[in-house]
Each structure stands twice: as structure tokens, then as C-alpha cells.
Ligand binder design. Structure first.
Ligand code: PTJ
Length: 250
């Protein structure tokens, strides 16, 4: 990996680029993951590379939904494994929730490699290497999943997702939590709870909020999940973005 000087003004962003590039070389991320990362970077730039209040609010309600769930599952693809394997495992352990590898450009070899990366960060079992079920109505390999994992999950966290699976999971009656820097994506629009934030900030923030939320009575968690208005929060994100852009050059 390229040695980036800490003094570089774009140090953190460059380190993430290096991580994705290395993960492609190691067969963990798909080459199109570089393009997906670039799109995410662009939106992050517009957001000011920070977790805006609307992201924090969505992160808290997402954790509430995960704490209330009977079978919560965190879905992991190549980019997520490259950028945030440690944070995925930390969140899965703290909730607790299961981890499942789910790939758009699926090969068994890459699924196995990603499962190994998660295990190297302390995950015990990882679903998804040997799929036993299929998400109805989803033609791509994204539909392959495990009966005891995503197939029977009631709440699924899908970071860096494509809209098709998000819709298919909603049709199955699941609560879908998306982490997507693009508030205009189909995933962002169709998820039950959309976190417009970078996975590298969102996942640790979610884990951090668990002790506080766990102390609340179940009824308070149910109230916050039941009262969540995702479209309203997305509209606030768009308002934030346009206000920020309009203020930049005046
Ligand atoms: O590993 P695979 O085979 O499952 O493939 C994974 C990718 C990411 C290549 C695949 O899911 C894909 O093509 O995704 P999309 O359709 O490009 O969507 C990715 C979304 O994630 C885009 O809306 C990006 O803006 C967003 N995104 C990219 N990087 C980040 C992000 N959102 C949050 N944090 C990021 N770091």
C-alpha cells in the first residue's frame, strides 16, 4: 500500500482509496467497487465529509430497530469488507447480530475471502459462503443467501447496496437499513431507514450508541422506530446539501 504522509490535507480520503485499491488487488473487492467508491467520495465531499445530524438521527433509529429485532443480519460486500470489516464485526458483537457475505459480482472464492477477513477481525460464524436460499424476485447473484441468515432475518443492514435487493428485501416484509452516501439512490429511497453517511463513520457511531439505547425501555425504542419517517429525513438531507452548496460561494 502506498505510504501517504499524515500531513497530507486529504490524508483520510487517500487512505480509504488505498484500502479499496489493495482490496481489489487481494481479490476482496470487485474492480467496479472502485467506481462505487468514487461515487461515494463525491457525495461525501458534498456533505463536508462529516456525519450530519440527519445521519446521526438515522443511525440511532437503526440501532433501535436492530436491538428490537429477533434475527438481525448485517450484510457485507467487497467494499464494506475493504473499508470497515473491523467495524462490522464490532457492531455484530455488540448488538448481537449475524454477519452474512452477500455479493453482486459473486464468486465463491471472493465470498470465502471476505468471510476470512471478517473472521480475522474476530467474527465467529459468517453466513453467505454456501447459500441455501434465494431472495424471491431477484435475478442477480445478490439473491443468493442463507436460510438462517438474511432469508429469515427480520431486520437487515445493507451498506453500499444496489436498489434491486433493497426492494426485494422490503417485499419480503423485512426492515431494511441502508448506509448510502447518495441520498438520491434507489436504495436510499426504498430502504426503511436510510443512513446518508460514510460506512467508516456510520458503523462505529452505531456501535457507540448501543449502551445508551440499551438502557431505554423497549417501548421507547418501539416508539422511535414506529415514528420514523424516512422520506422526511431524506428531504432534510437534500435541504442540508442545497443549503451547503448555495452557501459555499457567496
Ligand atoms: O462486492 P460486490 O460484488 O457486492 O459489489 C459491491 C459494489 C459496491 C460494487 C456494488 O454493490 C455496486 O455496484 O454498488 P452501487 O450500485 O455502485 O452502489 C453503491 C452505493 O454506495 C452508491 O450509491 C455510493 O454512493 C455508495 N457508497 C460508496 N462508497 C460509500 C458509499 N456509501 C457509504 N459509504 C461509503 N464508503
Amino acid at each position: 500500500m502506498q505510504d501517504i504522509p499524515k500531513s497530507h490535507p486529504r490524508y483520510e480520503s487517500l487512505v480509504l482509496r488505498e484500502r479499496i485499491a489493495a482490496a481489489v488487488r487481494d481479490g476482496i473487492a470487485h474492480e467496479t467497487g472502485l467506481i462505487a467508491h468514487g461515487r461515494g467520495e463525491a457525495f461525501d465531499y458534498l456533505l463536508g465529509e462529516t456525519s450530519i445530524p440527519e445521519a446521526r438521527a438515522a443511525e440511532e433509529v437503526a440501532v433501535a430497530a436492530l436491538l428490537l429485532a429477533e434475527n438481525p443480519v448485517l450484510s457485507v460486500n467487497g467494499n464494506v469488507a475493504a473499508l470497515a470489516a473491523d467495524s462490522c464485526v464490532a457492531l455484530a458483537k455488540a448488538l448481537p447480530a449475524s454477519l452474512e457475505v452477500n455479493l453482486f459480482h459473486r464468486t465463491e472464492q471472493r465470498a470465502e475471502k471476505i468471510a476470512q477477513v471478517l473472521k480475522s477481525h474476530g467474527a465467529f460464524g459468517v453466513f453467505g459462503v454456501h447459500p441455501t436460499a434465494h431472495i424471491p424476485g431477484l435475478a442477480s447473484d445478490r439473491g443468493l443467501c442463507e436460510q438462517n441468515g438474511i432469508f429469515s432475518a427480520d431486520v437487515v443492514l445493507v451498506p453500499l447496496e444496489d436498489g434491486d435487493r433493497c426492494e426485494a428485501l422490503r417485499r419480503m416484509g423485512k426492515t431494511v437499513i441502508a448506509i448510502d452516501l447518495n441520498p438520491l439512490s434507489r436504495t436510499a429511497k426504498t430502504a426503511s431507514i436510510t443512513i446518508v453517511d460514510n460506512v467508516v463513520r456510520a458503523l462505529p457511531a452505531m456501535t457507540q450508541s448501543i449502551p445508551k439505547l440499551r438502557r431505554l425501555p423497549r417501548s421507547a425504542l418501539e416508539k422511535s422506530v414506529g415514528g420514523w419517517e424516512n422520506q422526511k429525513n431524506l428531504a432534510k438531507v437534500m435541504a442540508f446539501l442545497s443549503k451547503r452548496l448555495n452557501a459555499l460561494y457567496v
